[in-house]
Design a protein around this ligand. Structure first.
Ligand code: HEM
Length: 408
């Protein structure tokens, strides 16, 4: 049996949050899967198992299409957070087939290689536009001054959402994603619910406008789309727009923060980028592998015969797949704890997931990240940390509170 001694970890522990990788390595080398009583979940630690769980049809992001909460002893969704649950109700991230297949097909139609590729040039221009004045000023807080306005502008452009309320969009999103952490304090849940209500109202207004005056954008496409003769409901469109806006910048912004911190700590690797020895595209894969912006994703066990290694995992249980641990698995990556932008195995990382929920925005994220690294390499060839950055305190959505950089 793999799980002889009880293993566990505390994702809220400041020591763990300062650098989770030694602890994740200890867990990974002790067991490929373990059950944590406190968190009521099974944790999967190794690359091979995370990869196969992501593709396993007996596991689902949701269970409500096949089981009731009572059947598996899960408390009902807290009715106080109704606005939040309503935005999640039709989110791709919460759906399973056939609803997932139906809505994903519509969204995929907008993310064709050609339409995403058409954003490459504008993304590169925008990166320079934002970074040039910051380079002149000589100092910036990478996330607030650059990564957030940059990434939200790119996804808004793709969707056809006006940019005038971009700080509201960021604020709603930041409050809502706190609901993905393990332990959500009451005030955080209240704030997430209020954000969801405001965000919903905003998107409903946008839908009314596009219905009255259609444009060549994705919101209009969702309003007009038909699958098997049926249109999407307004609730489905609201959830879809919100998940695209939120997923479309949170992870990209945190990849830039985590990645540029890795460069600040490994100036020899930054030199390889600045000198043109390694193209930005290679660096992007290593940034995601080395310190991924999403540390875990979960699945419900929907069938009776599921096992990871020797551990049988009962139907109705929850599995958490540790991406950060899988990305440092020595069974797949040579010298896994080394940040090496030239490594050939970087693209094996699990950062974008896999299976039916694999990140639909990955090609866009890669374009944005490459354009950012390219602009930074030419405009900020030398930089240093102004202060020791602090983590946000959250583990699942893994990022920095601030990253202040000064130009050398
Ligand atoms: C570096 C940046 C990004 C990372 C690391 C990332 C990572 C992920 C991962 C791991 C998943 C799968 C979740 C699961 O299996 O449960 C996912 C799903 C998703 N991502 Fe991304 N993402 C990034 C950027 C983006 C962007 C730019 C967009 C939007 C344009 C986006 C939109 C989505 C959507 C809509 C889903 C849900 C897909 C589904 O459930 O079918 N992501 N992402």
């Amino acid at each position: 049996m793999e799980v002889s001694a009880p293993l566990g970890f505390d994702p809220a522990d400041p020591g763990f949050l300062a650098d989770p990788y030694p602890e994740l390595a200890r867990l990974r080398e002790s067991a490929r899967v373990f059950h944590d009583e406190g968190w009521g979940r099974w944790f999967v630690t190794r690359h091979e198992d995370v990869r196969s769980c992501l593709r396993d049809k007996r596991l689902g992001r949701n269970f409500r299409h096949v089981m009731t909460p009572e059947e598996i002893g899960v408390p009902p969704l807290d009715p106080r957070w109704q606005s939040f649950w309503q935005t999640e109700r039709w989110s791709l991230l919460w759906l399973e087939p056939p609803d997932h297949t139906r809505i994903r097909k519509l969204v995929a139609a907008a993310f064709t290689p050609r339409s995403v590729e058409s954003l490459r040039e504008p993304s590169a221009e925008l990166a320079r536009e934002l970074l040039e004045p910051l380079a002149e000023a000589g100092e910036m807080e990478l996330l607030y001054d650059y990564a957030q306005p940059y990434s939200i502008a790119v996804i808004c452009r793709m969707l056809g959402v006006p940019l005038d309320r971009h700080r509201d969009l960021l604020d709603w999103s930041h409050r809502m994603v706190k609901m993905y952490e393990f332990d959500v304090p009451l005030e955080a849940a209240e704030a997430a619910n209020r954000a969801a209500a405001e965000f919903t109202e905003y998107v409903q207004e946008l839908i009314r406008e596009r219905r009255a005056r259609p444009r060549d954008d994705m919101v209009t496409a969702l309003v007009e789309a038909e699958v098997d003769g049926a249109r999407l409901s307004d609730d489905e469109i609201v959830s879809t727009v919100i998940v695209l806006l939120n997923a479309g910048h949170e992870a990209t912004v945190n990849t830039l923060g985590n990645g540029m911190l890795a460069f600040a700590r490994h100036p020899d690797q930054w030199r390889r980028i600045v000198d043109g020895d390694v193209p930005p595209a290679g660096a992007v894969e290593e940034m995601i592998r080395f310190d991924p912006p999403l540390q875990l994703f979960e699945r419900w066990v929907l069938a009776d015969d599921v096992a990871v290694g020797d551990a049988a995992i009962p139907r109705g249980n929850k599995i958490a797949m540790l991406f950060g641990s899988a990305n440092r698995d020595p069974r797949v990556f040579e010298r896994p704890h080394e940040f090496d932008v030239g490594r050939e195995d970087a693209a094996q990382h699990i950062g974008f997931g896999g299976g039916i929920h694999v990140c639909i925005g990955a090609p866009l994220a890669r374009i944005e990240l490459e354009a950012s690294v390219e602009a930074l390499r030419s405009l900020w060839p030398d930089f240093a940390l102004v202060e020791e950055p602090r983590r946000t305190g959250a583990f699942v959505i893994w990022g920095l509170e601030r990253l202040k950089l000064a130009r050398g």
